[in-house]
Design a protein around this ligand. Sequence first.
Ligand code: SAM
Length: 191
Amino acid sequence: MKCSLLSRPMTCAHGWISSAVLPGDTVVDATAGNGHDTVFLARLAGPAGHVHAFDVQEEAIRSTRERMEEAGLLTPNVHLHLSSHDRLAELVSGPVKAIVFNLGYLPGGDKKTVTRTDSTLAALEQATALIAPNGLLSVMCYPGHEGGAAEAEAVEAFLSRLPHHSWRTGKYQLLNTGSPAPFQVCAFRLD
Ligand code: SAM
């Protein structure tokens, strides 16, 4: 879907990511879930690109594998890690053109298995070291569930502290889509 006037945050994020990723790039879905973002990233990176997806739940990795297979995108360049994203630096070689986090719980799955502030921040720290020049780090935050507000606040604070000469960071939120409304934070690496 195209990012137009006041589109939903994920739609805008997808538009920005589409502008950054070129065929052959390395991309990371840090929270694979049902695999929608993995498929989206894999299409942009193309068959010559490298795709990594992380999730701590077997169900999510299975669902992502099935979705990738159905889309004809499951190649030897696709790496599905049943692992926390705080092992990003260990399992992925940079530079990476886009790293996408969609925080919270697996839709339709176990709502108790949620992303957590400490591992999210550790993964973000590693992500900033892996991102290529002209690459994008995108985080969808959900302050509505238990622990979500503290995590969202910590993520926003982390991206706000990135040095402005190397990064352009921003936040996008629709104000009438829930209370508290989910929001997107992005960091674009300038050099
Ligand atoms: N991007 C997904 C999609 O397109 O369907 C949705 C992601 S869902 C909102 C969040 C996912 O993060 C859940 O599947 C959950 O298991 C996963 N998760 C929770 N903690 C994690 C961690 N430490 N590392 C990686 N994934 C984690």
